[in-house]
Structures are given as C-alpha cells and as structure tokens.
Design a protein. Structure first.
Length: 491
C-alpha cells in the first residue's frame, strides 16, 4: 500500500481545520510571511532617507538622485532574485529548505544594516536582504499551495488569509521602524526589522516539521555530477562582480542601469528560450506572444507604482504637511497607507469579479485599466506640484495612494493569474518568473525616473509620466481584441 508521502498528498488535507478552519501549518506560513514583510517594508520605509539625510540627521549624505537609484536597483534585485530562489528550490533544496535559509539570510541583512556603519553596512545589508527576499518570495506561496488539494474548497480562503498576513506586516513595519528612527535613530529602526525577522524565523522553526512532505521535495533534482560545475559558475560570477566593483566599473551611480540591463537581457533570453522550444505547441506559442504586450504594460505600471519607495518618499519628506495636531508624522508612515487600502479593497475586488463572472473585463482590458489608472494617480499630484515645503495636505496623499491601490488590484493579482494561464505546459514556472521580471524591470526603472525627478520641475515630471502611462493604457485597450485572439480562449 502506498504511503502518504509516496502519493505526494499534503499531510493536512481534509484533516486539519485548526487555524480559522484552515490547516494549522497555514498559521506558520502566515507568521513567517507577516514578519518578513514587516522587516522588508519597515526597512524600506526608512532606507531612502537614511541614504540622503545628512550625517547631522543620522544619514549618509548621498545625493538624492544617487540614493534613489540605489533604492531602485535594490528593488529590481529583489525580484531578479526570485528566479534564483525558484531555481535552487526546483533543482537543489526544495521550497521548504530554501524558505528557511532565505529567512536567515534576510535577518543577517537587517543585522548588517543595524550594526555595520556607513556604505559597507548598506552594501552588505541590501545584498543579503535582496537575495533572501527573492528566495522567500519565490517559495512561500508555493508551500501554501501544498497544504491543499486542487479541489479543496478552503484553498482561496487560505490564500486570502496568507495575503492578509503580508499586508499586516507591510502596515505595521513602516510605522514602528519610522517611530524608532525619529525617536532613537536609523540603526534602531533597522535593528527592529532584524528583530521582526528573527521572530518570524523562530515561530517558523517551531512548526516547520508539520509541513507536508511535498514541500521538501526537489521537483527536478540537479545530478550530483553537475553540482561542482554549477558551484564554480556561481563562484566565477561572484568574482567577476567583485572585480568590476574594485576597478570602478560598477558604482553606486550606474548600479541601477546595470540592473536594468541584466533584467532586459534575462527577459529576452526567457522569451527566446520559451518560443523556440520544440515542445511548445502552436497554440501555446501564440499565448506567449500575447504575453509580450502584457509584460510591457506591467513593467510600465511597476515603474510608477514602485516610486512609493523613491519619489513618493522624497515628496513626503519635502512637500507633504505631516503635522498631526502639533506632532510631525514620520516620513515612513506614508508607506503604511497602501496596505490599509489593500486589506479593505482586495475583498471588494474579489467580490466584484465573482459577481460579474464571465461578464468581467478581459485580462488585457484589466491591464489597460491598471496602467491608465496608475497614470491618473500621477496626474493627481499636479495641483500640489512645485508648491512650498510641507504644503500638500495629508488627505491629498491618502487619496492619491487610494488610486495607486485601485490600479494595483486591477493589474498585480491578475498578472500572476494570467502568467499561469498562458504558460506552456513545460514552462509553468518560467512564465511566472517572466512576470516577476516585469516587476524587477519596473522597480529598477523607478530608480532611474526618481533621478530625473530631482532635476526637473515637478509639474513636468508628474504630467509627462502620468500622460505616458495613460497613453499606454489606451493603446493596450485598442489592441485588446487581437491579444485575446492570440490567447486562444484564455481571458
């Protein structure tokens, strides 16, 4: 008789309802993801101002444009690292082990930011957090899926709880790290991020044995005979990067451009590999072609959306009136507005799509709307652009970030879904990686755009970028029907 592990059936399926009617292990994954997002967004909420604040203010005194470029490069690197995290899980260690080790790497990164002063601490800390976050992000969602059979009616509710944990962490992280930063200093804020990740790691360690066996399996093991070769390739890559840094070819000023270049090359390679594979059918190949305009729209969307951590942070520091009844709100607290709207509106959008059923807009139209609405959010800055310091009302920023959230919910969850639907049968994971590459590209470009922001009038900046995004949305809407035909029945 076959055992449970031989059948790859999750140990909790149909048996465990101890966490709000969900498997008990979901609480474990909920916790580690909540604390990881707490540390990630808590650190990112104060990162940019730490880079460009003067030494007297506790910062490093880096030029704003360069600092914004560093944040953009870091954001792009996080999503680039998801590809590495997925590969290591699929070929070497399995998702569960990669998640565990990634959490340790993230914690060490925050410790480096907290304890190592100056540029060395930033370099070591951001590299470790980027690599670790990529590994955790790539595998946490996958492990949640192993807790259920495909037909388990609890599945969607379980993922909803999981994403609630993400946004709870994203809400509380910037609030608490920002409070510590203004009260005690930046390094205390970074230290709190490390403590949060340590809490997540401890609670995950206590419950990881209860996860189903399938979460530990390696789907496509790399033969032992190739381990040495792959290790040497990885080592050579690290050596090349170190040498380029030492000789001055990779600098803080050009880092974001390098990340953009690497992302574009990786994207082209992925598309070529998928489209040229002989196992991809004609229908599947057309679907991949249909994904190209969606990829472009996604990259454009994220290049604006991710400016919450670059331009919006600078704007909040210099233009936003953060006075609340005689008390000045920390800059990082602005980053907690979006998670509130996500928590409130995600259920509303899910209910709308469910009620509309087959009458809901197609995926290309949703992408077009998301891109255009994102552009509209930038135009909402225009009435306040170029004004005196601290002149923009906090309610105006709340309204603008509300529009950010509407745009996100039109595109982000839909993007992950369509990547799985359009994926050829032999490239399921790679298509999801392609969607993450659009986020990586947009995140890095947001850093370049932020460099432009500090050199041109605000009205020009917000007007041009907002207008371009709206035009791209309209163009995608105009070609929606041809794209739908290429999608071969997928909506």
């Amino acid at each position: 008789m076959s055992t449970r592990s031989e059948l790859n059936v999750p140990q909790t399926v149909g048996e465990d309802h101890s966490f709000f009617g969900q498997p008990r292990s979901l609480a474990n994954l909920f916790g580690v993801e909540m604390w990881e997002r707490f540390s990630f967004y808590g650190m990112q909420g104060i990162l940019l101002i730490y880079l460009y604040y003067s030494a007297a203010e506790g910062g490093l005194g880096i030029e704003q444009a360069t600092a914004a470029g560093i944040v953009g490069a870091y954001g792009g690197s996080v999503y680039l690292s998801t590809i590495l995290g997925a590969w290591v899980a699929d070929r070497l260690l399995g998702s569960e082990r990669v998640l565990f080790y990634s959490a340790i790497v993230i914690m060490l990164g925050h410790i480096a930011l907290a304890l190592i002063p100056g540029i060395p601490g930033v370099a070591v800390g951001l590299i470790l957090v980027a690599v670790g976050s990529g590994g955790l992000k790539a595998n946490a969602t996958s492990i949640v899926g192993t807790l259920y059979t495909p037909e388990d009616p609890r599945r969607d509710a379980g993922f909803s709880l999981f994403y609630l944990g993400i946004n709870l962490g994203a809400f509380f992280g910037p609030i608490l790290t920002g409070w510590l930063q203004t009260s005690l200093g930046f390094h205390y804020g970074f230290g709190l991020a490390a403590v949060g990740m340590a809490a997540g790691l401890i609670q995950y360690s206590l419950g990881r044995k209860r996860l189903p066996d399938v979460a530990r399996q390696v789907p496509d093991p790399l033969p032992r005979s190739r381990w040495l070769g792959m290790g040497l390739i990885a080592l050579a890559g690290i050596v090349v990067i170190v040498v380029l840094v030492l000789v001055g070819l990779i600098t803080a000023d050009n880092l974001v451009n390098i990340v953009i270049g690497v992302t574009i090359v990786a994207t082209i390679v992925y598309f070529v590999v998928i489209l040229s594979n002989r196992h991809v059918t004609g229908v599947e190949r057309k679907r991949v072609y249909a994904f190209i305009p969606l990829f472009i729209a996604s990259a454009a969307f994220w290049s604006l959306y991710q400016q919450q951590f670059t331009v919006v942070t600078i704007y909040s520091d210099e233009r936003l009136n953060r006075d609340l009844f005689g008390w000045e709100m920390p800059v990082s607290w602005v980053q907690s507005i979006n998670p509130i709207f996500i928590i409130v509106l995600s259920g509303v959008f899910a209910a709308i799509w469910t009620k509309w059923g087959t009458k809901q807009p197609s995926t290309p139209i949703k992408f077009a709307l998301g891109t255009a609405v994102m552009g509209s959010a930038f135009l909402l800055f225009l009435p306040f652009a170029g004004g005196p310091a601290n002149s923009t009302p906090i309610l105006a920023m709340v309204g603008i970030l509300f529009v950010f959230t509407v745009a996100e919910l039109l595109l982000s969850p839909v993007g992950l879904s369509i990547a799985t639907k359009l994926a050829p049968s032999v490239f399921k994971t790679q298509m999801i990686a392609l969607f993450f590459l659009s986020i990586a590209l947009g995140s890095a470009v947001s850093g370049v755009l932020a460099e432009w922001y500090v050199t041109v009038p605000e009205t020009l900046y917000f007007g041009v970028l907002g207008g371009i995004a709206i035009v791209l949305g309209i163009m995608l809407a105009l070609i929606a029907k041809p794209v739908l035909r290429l999608m071969g029945g997928v909506r």
